[in-house]
Ligand binder design. Structure first.
Ligand code: PMP
Length: 446
């Protein structure tokens, strides 16, 4: 059956059936669609002509807000100059220039950048680099990968294997073998309503010692974690947790991978989360904010130590048998370079540091709002957990999400957690609007 969109600006019987939407309840959506048709600054425009405050930077990607002419111009210019260049055995200047600029932004020691097309591709790339690195150094027995419960690392087979979201895994067969999961760090009994990093839970990293004991360090290639888990309900690492993980990895020669797909590009008030926490991984992944969401792209950063181990083979051999048709795509590089210019010009990569206290204060002001059982935050990330409606997990948060949209604010929900990650350019007035709308909606939600 074709569903027709008959909203006022739905413009003449738009058909909705053909597009199989990702991570969406398609039938529910198509019965009452929410259509966005424009975006400028901090706002989307809906197809019925309403301004919607973007409380999520799209999907954690439009860190500089929307509709930048510099990005549009750069993309347009590059399209006319050269739309595409083969990424294998051919180069084009923008990819090299973009990698250099990114390297300068990254923590000291991250000297190399491998381009991908998305966060999921970045994760699979990082895992493959970790496995191949051990092999290149004569430690091919290190094939096990360790993720974490409630981890989200995109939707490739590597990413869902190390990921810890049951729904993302259980429909898809046996996945990668040789994968274990550390416990997640969500502990409301100790940490509810923590502001910033919770006090309790650094020792949860010690579970890595258990896995080393179980399998032997010589079988373990890498541990991958999100420094702050976003998509799984905003889980902020307890104080000392990431440091502990780093120590145990070092002790046993295990690589540490940070998945910085959402924390990269200023979300915590530093370019990357590793700089915020003062903990350096061996490899880290990015995407999203890399091009301000304007063109799909991801990037994996590595140190000399990782990269150089691949560079020892005979001249003329391909060092890493991996890459994508769209690795370093000229249009994405053009968008990315223009994005970095905007981030730097507007001080956006550090802005979260100055606005975070106001964000935290406003967010925690909802502590006494109906249904709220926890509030979590770090940088410009906020999570508000609601009590589940009996027998219908996620239903209450979904109602809040749709009501907020009607009231002119875009939030995101994952289970019964409201997750927010506004553009880094958000001001106190918009924060007040977002939180005020949430309060109003929560007060009338069943
Ligand atoms: N890793 C993390 C931590 C993410 O949050 C996401 C996306 N939300 C991904 C990987 C996957 O990125 P993509 O959807 O671009 O494949």
């Amino acid at each position: 059956m074709d569903m027709l969109d008959d909203t006022p600006r739905g413009k003449s019987n738009r058909k909705l059936d053909a597009y199989w939407m990702p991570f969406t309840a398609n039938r529910q959506f198509k019965a009452s669609p929410r259509m966005l048709v424009g975006a400028k600054g901090l706002h989307y425009t809906s197809d019925d002509g309403r301004e919607i405050l973007d409380g999520t930077a799209g999907l954690w990607c439009c860190n500089a807000g929307h509709g930048h002419t510099e990005i549009a111009d750069a993309v347009h210019r590059q399209l006319l100059e050269m739309d595409y260049a083969p990424s294998f055995q051919m180069g084009h200047p923008l990819a090299f220039e973009f990698a250099e600029r990114l390297k300068d932004l990254a923590p000291d020691g991250f000297e190399h950048v491998f381009f991908t097309g998305s966060g999921s591709e970045s994760v699979d790339t990082a895992l493959k680099i970790a496995l191949a690195w051990h092999r290149a150094r004569g430690e091919g027995s290190r094939t096990r990968l360790i993720g974490r419960e409630r981890g989200y690392h995109g939707v490739g087979f590597g990413g869902i294997s190390v990921g810890g979201l049951v729904n993302n895994r259980r429909h898809f067969g046996t996945l990668l073998t040789g994968v274990d999961h550390l416990p997640h760090t969500h502990a409301p009994e100790h940490n509810a309503f923590s502001r910033g990093q919770p006090e309790w839970g650094a020792h949860l990293a010690d579970d890595l010692e258990r896995l080393v004991g179980l399998h032997g360090a010589e079988t373990i290639a890498a541990v991958i974690v999100e420094p702050v888990a976003g998509s799984t309900g905003v889980l902020v690492p307890p104080k000392g947790y990431l440091q502990r993980l780093r120590e145990i990895c070092d002790k046993h020669g295990i690589l540490l991978i940070f998945d910085e797909v959402i924390t990269g590009f200023g979300r915590l008030g530093t370019p990357f989360a590793s700089q915020f926490f003062g903990v350096m991984p061996d490899i880290f992944t990015t995407a999203k904010g890399l091009t301000n969401g304007a063109v799909p792209m991801g990037a994996v950063f590595t140190t000399d130590r990782i990269h150089d181990a691949f560079m020892n083979g005979p001249e003329g051999t391909i060092e890493l048998f991996h890459g994508y048709t769209y690795s370093g795509h000229p249009i994405a590089c053009a968008a990315g370079l223009a994005t970095l210019d905007i981030y730097e010009r507007d001080g956006l990569l550090t802005r979260a540091a100055s606005i975070a206290p106001a964000w935290e204060e406003a967010l925690h002001g909802l502590k006494d709002a109906p249904h709220v059982i926890d509030i979590r935050n770090l940088g410009l990330i906020g999570g508000i957990e609601l009590a589940s409606r009996p027998g219908a997990p996620g239903a209450r948060a979904y109602d809040v999400f749709t009501a907020c949209f009607q009231e002119g604010c875009m939030i995101r929900v994952t289970g019964d957690v409201i997750a927010m990650s506004p553009p880094l350019s958000i001001g106190e007035a918009e924060i007040a609007q977002l939180i005020g709308t949430l309060r109003k909606v929560l007060e009338r939600t069943e």
